[in-house]
Structure formats: structure tokens, C-alpha cells
Design a protein around this ligand. Structure first.
Ligand SMILES: [Zn+2]
Ligand SMILES: [Zn+2]
Length: 226
């Protein structure tokens, strides 16, 4: 609705869209309302959320969104514990205690798989990127940049007139589930046949008579012609 798919290149990739989906599902708190009020509540929430985020993002001066900058700063701090063995300028081996990790900088991969999953360099990748003297921001997905965030909320929902809407207190019109009384007795196990459905007739494979099967057959076996 507000998002332009072209501006969110990793939209469908694992990990990257988690925050978006969470925000969307948390935002729509319109359960239990009649349909008209539900749509109206969701529209208002989208309008309010989009506007708020647009204003927020206008003041950001960082390359990445502020919370991602914080995450990256933490990762960079941990990255100092690693020691790096360069290979050919593209590949690096990162040693942390008794564990080693393989970094491929052009491919954006680390053998711990965090970089591939989040598209934010992990502590091993950060150490390798610092060693290669390449800019760190070039190795973070554009999905996390302030520019992408601004582009996502660039188109806003306009307020509309609602003169015909009935004036009601939302708390009075909550649709509650009906009170269901449990009937006595054991619930049905057998499927109720549809109207016109033909009842299956069993034919015994032993005596060729109807109404039973060969396991419960008490008739003598038919003499088959040879
Ligand atoms: Zn790693
Ligand atoms: Zn039989």
C-alpha cells in the first residue's frame, strides 16, 4: 500500500522483512469491530503510522536507520576480538579463539551465515571488511538505509471526509463471539452424509453377497468355475 517494491530490493528475502511484517501485524488493532469500523480504524492507523514515520525519518542524519546504526556499532565493538588472516584480498579467514570463519567479501558471505541472513555484516565480516579497507556501508543491504525508509513512507494516506458515518462509541459496538453451550453426550464421530449421497454398499469378496465383508462372512465359499 505505502511501500514501493522496487525501493525495497530484499523485500521477499528471509530475515530482512521480519521487522516490516511485525510492525504491520501489530499496527492493526481493529479486531472485534464491525467491518466498516474495522476498515476505518485500519485506514486511520496506516495514515497515522505513515505520517509519524515520515516526520521521524526527515530528521535522521545517519546513512542507515538509527536502530541499525546502533546494531552495527555493537557488532563493530565485538569485531575487535577477532584476528584476521587475509588470503587474496577478497577472501579472509577470521580467527576467534579456537574457531575460524571464512569471509567472501564480494559475495557477502560468512561461514556463520549471519551476513547472508540479515544482510548486515556479522562480527567476523566487519573485521574482514575493516582489514580490506573497504567502506562498511557498502556491505549493508540498501534495505536498511535512511533513504529507503524515507522512500517507503514518501507516499502518505490522505485524510478523508466521513460525514455519513454513524456516530457511535467504538466500545459499545464490539462484536463479541456468541456464547456457545455444549450439548450433552458424546460428539458425533461418523460423517453426516450429504443430501442425495448414495450409501456405500459393501459386497463380500468371499460369497458375493451384500451387507458384510469377507472378515465377518459366515456363508460357505462360492465354488469358482475352473
Ligand atoms: Zn560471521
Ligand atoms: Zn460373505
Amino acid at each position: 500500500m505505502m511501500l514501493n517494491i522496487e525501493q525495497t530490493p530484499n523485500f521477499l528475502e528471509k530475515g530482512t522483512c521480519v521487522t516490516l511484517v511485525l510492525h504491520l501485524s501489530n499496527s492493526f488493532q481493529a479486531r472485534g469491530l464491525p467491518i466498516l469500523q474495522m476498515v476505518e480504524t485500519i485506514r486511520c492507523q496506516i495514515m497515522e503510522m505513515g505520517g509519524r514515520r515520515r516526520i521521524e525519518a526527515a530528521n535522521w542524519e545517519t546513512t542507515l536507520c538509527p536502530n541499525i546504526e546502533k546494531v552495527l556499532a555493537k557488532i563493530m565493538f565485538i569485531a575487535r576480538q577477532n584476528s584476521i588472516i587475509p588470503s587474496d584480498g577478497r577472501l579472509f579467514e577470521v580467527v576467534n579463539g579456537n574457531k575460524t570463519y571464512v569471509e567472501n567479501i564480494p559475495e557477502w558471505t560468512c561461514s556463520c551465515h549471519k551476513w547472508q541472513l540479515l544482510k548486515i555484516p556479522c562480527e567476523h565480516a566487519c573485521a574482514a571488511i575493516a582489514c580490506s579497507q573497504k567502506p562498511l556501508y557498502d556491505h549493508v543491504s540498501p534495505f536498511y538505509t535512511t533513504n529507503t525508509y524515507r522512500a517507503a513512507y514518501a507516499v502518505t494516506v490522505n485524510p478523508i471526509n466521513n460525514n455519513d458515518m454513524p456516530c457511535m462509541n467504538i466500545n459499545d459496538i464490539q462484536v463479541k463471539p456468541s456464547i456457545k453451550k455444549r450439548l450433552p453426550g458424546r460428539p458425533w464421530k461418523k460423517r453426516i452424509p450429504s443430501r442425495g449421497e448414495a450409501k456405500h454398499i459393501y459386497i463380500c469378496s468371499r460369497c458375493k453377497q451384500e451387507g458384510h465383508n469377507r472378515r465377518t462372512c459366515r456363508n460357505p465359499t462360492l465354488q469358482e468355475d475352473i
